[in-house]
Design a protein around this ligand. Structure first.
Ligand SMILES: [Zn+2]
Length: 597
């Protein structure tokens, strides 16, 4: 047991709509599995995130509806908070980027970078919409690729040849919003001097041996082509630039991505302020022994392995220009950037706009959260793009959760409840009994080692292999045939129940809802797995109300070790822990999908 301080920094879902299961397979479930495991292992976890609410897509949605960007953000923030809570994601604080606290922290980071000389002003050509005068962000400009001639290239990238582009390079650029030809005008902006961090970033990445190889290779390759990047944008929705001639301008804001990543720090500070100890965040951000794990999909690696570390290095005064830390002091860089690949759906890329999508809330209306968590853990995109299909989801649910784990719990508890009414008193244990218990208790070491390194797929496969061993033991020992030998029967059932208690511990990070049920089926009282809750709060500085996700996770009994069961603990006939899915759901879901697309 240790008591390391571990920051779980979870990518901020963008508040332009509800999140789909592809999103939560990247940032959501893996970060929660990691945090729950680390808490069980005795570490001090701070898991923070929130909705990312600035940037052009939200202003576009607001224009389309004739409402303010804040109204769009408010609505989607509430939906996303509900969805993530429904999945059981155990945030210590899930907040948002439109708080006064977040603006202040984002501005402090900008000023720290400015003080140390890592941001500088520069005039560039920016695209605007001639009819509205508004900036057109890269992704809303489409044209012919100047490199390969593909005519669906976006302003930021050509999906055909994969080259990064600038909108001004596109042949025949048009606005995807209204089809007009964008105008390019001179615009003054602040730039982050990324080349000044090439050495510091390279030195840091050189020490990151434990990362997933694909993430590390991608991050190292980014260093070959570091150019200054615009820290500000022409937009009227976002965080103001805290400088005398800029503060009051209505057309300049900090770039949404550069404030979103500051959210890890601002959410930690908000959590500390709400906890009653405003300095408490420093234990996760400044102690040399503290660790920080960042969870996301692979499209966000550049912002977590390059931009955010550069912002931190510059704020600390640790780039080529030197400098000194700002008022927060020296801040820790990420220990690991844990990135997942993409989840596709029935062979297609998830896309809300093309309606190739399964929203989290629709999913949770029809299926259990743990069934989705299980699928993501065992068959999700940890190391490569993977496909979600309803037939595979049903097969995994029925064959593995229901017939494997659920059935082991159900038949063992019901036999003990029926024959003894309690956890039986065992006699002398045989080699077979002791072997099984050595396997189940020993698995805390092997599965825990995998979870500590975020090899979650290997971890759950090992946990389920142990469940298989327990099922095999029960079949081999066949306690239902031991009516004539109740003493031996009781030893077998005791052994099975202890194995179940162990397996339930191993599976708790993955299946927190089921883990609570199994805890109760084994006669346990109180809370094993703590569920997150939604709390209505007011902004600490300007008083506006909003919902956050939080929880008292330290009050759960779940620990990462074999916990002995107590003979004599009363048991009742169990209710099934998991729901078997009928074959018809596959066709129903595919029909919904066809109708939607
Ligand atoms: Zn191209």
């Amino acid at each position: 047991m240790s008591d390391r301080h571990i920051l779980t920094a979870v990518a901020w879902p963008y508040a332009n709509g509800p999140r789909h299961i592809g999103h939560v397979s990247g940032f959501g479930v893996p970060s929660d599995v990691f945090s729950r495991y680390q808490r069980m292992a005795g570490n001090k976890v701070l898991m923070v995130s929130g909705t990312d609410e600035h940037g052009t897509p939200i202003t576009v949605a607001a224009d389309a509806e004739g409402v303010s960007p804040q109204e769009i953000a408010d609505r989607n923030n509430r939906i996303i908070v509900g969805d993530l809570t429904g999945l059981g994601l155990s945030y210590d604080l899930f907040t948002r980027t439109t708080t006064a606290n977040h603006a202040a922290v984002s501005q402090e980071i900008f000023l720290g970078l400015l003080k140390n000389g890592y941001v500088f002003p520069q005039t560039t050509l920016g695209a605007i919409s001639p009819s509205t005068g508004r900036t057109l962000p890269d992704r809303y400009i489409e044209g012919t690729c100047p490199i390969c001639g593909y005519d669906g290239a976006r302003g930021d990238q050509c999906d055909n040849c994969g080259n990064q582009l600038d909108p001004v390079d596109l042949v025949n650029p048009v606005s995807k919003i209204n089809g007009e030809t964008p105008k390019f005008v001179e615009s003054e902006h602040w730039f982050l001097d990324l080349p000044a961090f090439a050495k510091a970033l390279g030195d840091w990445l050189g020490t990151r041996k434990s990362w997933r190889p694909n993430v590390l290779n991608f991050s190292v390759n980014l260093l070959e082509d570091l150019k200054p990047r615009s820290y500000t944008r022409d937009i009227d929705w976002g965080i103001r630039i805290p400088l005398p001639d800029w503060q009051d301008r209505d057309d300049k804001r900090i770039y949404v991505w550069f404030d979103a990543v500051v959210g890890y720090l601002s959410a930690s500070i908000e959590w500390a302020r709400r906890s009653g100890d405003p300095e408490a965040w420093r234990q996760w951000w400044q102690s040399p022994d503290a660790d920080a794990y960042y969870f996301m999909g692979k499209d966000n690696i550049v912002f977590h392995a390059e931009i955010w570390p550069a912002q931190l290095l510059g704020y600390n005064g640790a780039g080529d220009r030197g400098g000194s830390p700002g008022s927060y002091g020296t801040l820790n860089l990420p220990t690991e950037v844990v990135s997942s690949e993409f989840l596709t759906m029935e062979g297609k890329k998830f896309s809300s706009s093309r309606r190739v999508v399964i929203y989290v809330r629709d999913f949770l209306e029809r299926y259990d959260a743990d069934a989705l968590r299980y699928f993501i853990a065992v068959a999700g995109p940890e190391n490569q793009d993977t496909d979600f299909t309803w037939s595979e989801f049903r097969r995994r649910n029925n064959d593995e959760l229901v017939a494997g784990w659920g059935n082991l719990v159900n038949r063992s508890v019901s036999m003990a409840a029926k024959n003894v009414g309690a956890v039986p008193q065992p006699g002398d244990l045989t080699d077979a009994d002791r072997d099984l218990l050595a396997t189940t208790s020993g698995a805390f070491g092997t599965v825990g080692e995998l979870l500590g390194r975020n090899r979650q797929k290997a971890a759950i496969n090992e946990a389920m292999r142990v469940v298989g061993e327990a099922n095999k033991y029960l079949s081999d020992q066949a306690p239902w045939k031991l009516k004539e030998d109740p003493a031996r029967r009781d030893s077998v059932l005791f052994t099975a129940l202890q194995a179940i208690k162990d397996c339930n511990g191993l599976l708790s990070p993955f299946l927190p809802h089921a883990a609570q049920q199994v805890h109760e089926l084994l006669g346990g009282e109180g809370t094993w797995s703590v569920a997150p809750r939604i709390e209505e709060v007011t902004d600490l500085d300007d008083g506006r109300p909003y919902p956050v996700i939080t929880g008292d996770y330290g009050t759960g009994q779940a620990v990462w070790a074999s916990v002995p069961i107590t003979p004599g603990t009363p048991l009742e006939a169990p209710k099934p822990v998991f729901t078997k899915l009928d074959e018809s759901i596959v066709d129903e879901e595919l029909r919904r999908f066809e109708e939607g697309s």
